[in-house]
Write a protein that binds this ligand. Sequence first.
Ligand code: SG4
Ligand code: ZN
Length: 261
Amino acid sequence: AQFVWGYESDNGPEHWHENYPMAKGDKQSPIEINSKDVQHDSSLAPWHASYDPGAAKTILNNGRTCRVVFDDSFDRSVLRGGPLTGAYRLRQLHLHWGSSDDHGSEHVIDGVKYAAELHMVHWNPKHGNFARALKQPDGVAVVGIFLKVGKTPKPEMKRILEEIDNIKTKGKEAPFQHFDPSILFPKSRDYWTYNGSFTTPPCEECITWILLREPIEVSSDQMAKLRSLSKNGENEPVNPLVDNWRPPQPVKGRIVKASFK
Ligand code: SG4
Ligand code: ZN
């Protein structure tokens, strides 16, 4: 039988390298960040996103995550600055989350696991297309935002969460138009940055990670809504889509830089 990667004990992160050898590479993600090992870099510029709400297209459940897809056929929604050279185009955003509020993020900060981690995936148009970009060390930039459970729901998460019932099962897709994902950013622009990989097979090492220091706060009910997604297809036994995170990988001498002191 063909290997279909996932997050179960028989096809999860411990098995990925058997079919995707890059998963044991030297620049894998996520990692654990220890603030005492981080280097402040005063030359790190601020980052800026300029997103066009009209670029949002659809939201879908692929059985592994929930994803919002954007039009990236021209420089419409772009990320600039920070550690990046030039403008990177927004392609999609997706999330990773746990089966309960005390875990679910991929990156771990000083031992802290957040309930979820939002990834905004951008690619460098100097490489022509996304497929080519992911073969280049400066091909992709992902902004990572941690979701922390608190008392207050995040109203900006509403648009995504109200579509959950329309994309309950694997393979479902719904229109998702007029959405500016920058409403999901926290107040502070402080970030950590390091060079790493995609956190799913084939785990290509093409990513400049920009991880935001300040988490956004969501309510426990909002997290529960995300967990109501299913891994199964329609008319199949219910299998909740939870714990779609890869654990931290070896740092192997990489330096994490901080934009802040
Ligand atoms: C999620 O599984 C997305 O659905 C994938 O998007 C994405 O892969 C993958 O995560 C890895 O991205 O920011 N976590 S991550 O490193 O973007 C790619 C699709 O499959 C290639 C389109
Ligand atoms: Zn991701």
